[in-house]
Design a protein around this ligand. Structure first.
Ligand code: RIB
Ligand code: CA
Length: 319
């Protein structure tokens, strides 16, 4: 058992079924202590995401500060989310027991800046929704990159197609202007794109283990995953689901180690053409594990050393 104190972690999310899996995983992870959670419009509205997050934390018996963040992307308006993926409520139309927990005062960018100042140089950031709050925090506090340890982002598609356009992944494509600012900022970023999240699925047998575990959080997750499996089956061809956000969480925690993850230049297309939202990763000559690009600060995770689902299940079933 490690004697290291847990690392302070700020999570930015659009809770969402796989966001809920990521949050539960983090609550079960001794390596980190969640010190703040901000929500953003993506899968659902930022307000709904906060409600879902607060109710999940209450079910787990682990209250944490939750702040409602940006209602709309930097340019344009929130489009109503992804009920076909996450259900009308974001949780697969499988409501959690309601709680009377309320968000803290101030918005998500404000909470992120307060956390960064409280743990200077130590705070780790995990972003698993559109990057609007992080971009806003950078605007309000230009010293933010120097105040945090590192940033892990679930987002983008390096060598595979997008999931909301032929080239754009949802978290990047729902606010490309914010993503461009966040990926260009001078802090170490680990990008966990569709390349690796789609190739590490959860199976129906895994879902049944959660559902029948008798543990409140795992059982709730197993229930909400039913809806997510229906959607994911439309492209996998059978009932399983991608593990986007929990995989990014496990990489942020350090419990899952990437196999191939070169540091390369990454540019976000924020033009209005067909490439809008694409993460253009300069992987020339590097995708088989070749050395990093000198000066690049974005590590793009392309593969893992081991299957992720067994590790995820172990932690979720212990919560
Ligand atoms: O593209 C997958 C990502 O978009 C995940 O973070 C999911 O929760 C949605 O936000
Ligand atoms: Ca998400």
């Amino acid at each position: 058992m490690s004697l290291e104190p847990p690392l302070p972690l700020y999570v930015d999310c659009d809770t969402g079924i796989d966001d809920a899996l990521a949050l539960a995983y983090l609550l079960a992870s001794p390596e980190v202590e969640i010190v703040g959670i901000g929500t953003v419009s993506g899968n659902v509205s930022a307000a709904r995401a906060a409600r879902n997050t607060l109710d999940l934390l209450a079910l787990a018996g682990t209250p944490r500060p939750v702040a409602v963040g940006a209602a709309h992307p930097l340019a344009g308006r929130f489009d109503g989310g992804a009920p076909h993926v996450h259900g009308d409520d974001g949780l697969g139309n499988h409501p959690l027991p309601g709680s009377d927990a309320e968000p803290v005062a101030g918005d998500a960018a404000d909470l992120l800046i307060r956390c960064a100042r409280a743990w200077p140089g130590r705070l780790r950031i995990l972003a698993v929704g559109p990057l609007t709050n992080l971009a806003e925090a950078l605007r309000r506090e230009p010293e933010l990159p120097a105040l945090v340890s590192d940033v892990t982002i679930m987002g983008g598609a390096a060598l595979v197609p997008g999931n909301i356009s032929p080239v754009a992944e949802a978290n990047i494509g729902n606010d490309p202007e914010a993503a461009a600012l966040v990926l260009a900022a001078d802090w170490p970023v680990t990008l966990v794109p569709l390349d690796v999240t789609l190739s590490n699925p959860l199976e129906e047998s895994d879902r049944m283990r959660l559902l029948t575990s008798g543990r409140p959080v795992a059982t709730a997750l197993g229930g909400m995953l039913d809806h997510y499996f229906d959607f994911n089956a439309t492209f996998y061809g059978d009932r399983r689901s991608a593990l986007h956000d929990p995989l990014a969480a496990a990489i942020a925690v350090g419990a899952v180690v990437p196999a191939v993850a070169p540091r390369v230049e990454v540019i976000v297309d924020d033009t209005s053409g067909p490439g809008r939202g694409q993460t253009i990763c300069d992987l020339r000559g590097r995708f088989l594990g070749h050395p990093d690009q000198p000066g690049a600060h974005v590590r793009v995770v392309l593969s893992l050393t081991e299957d992720f689902a067994p590790h995820l299940l172990d932690r979720l079933l212990a919560l």
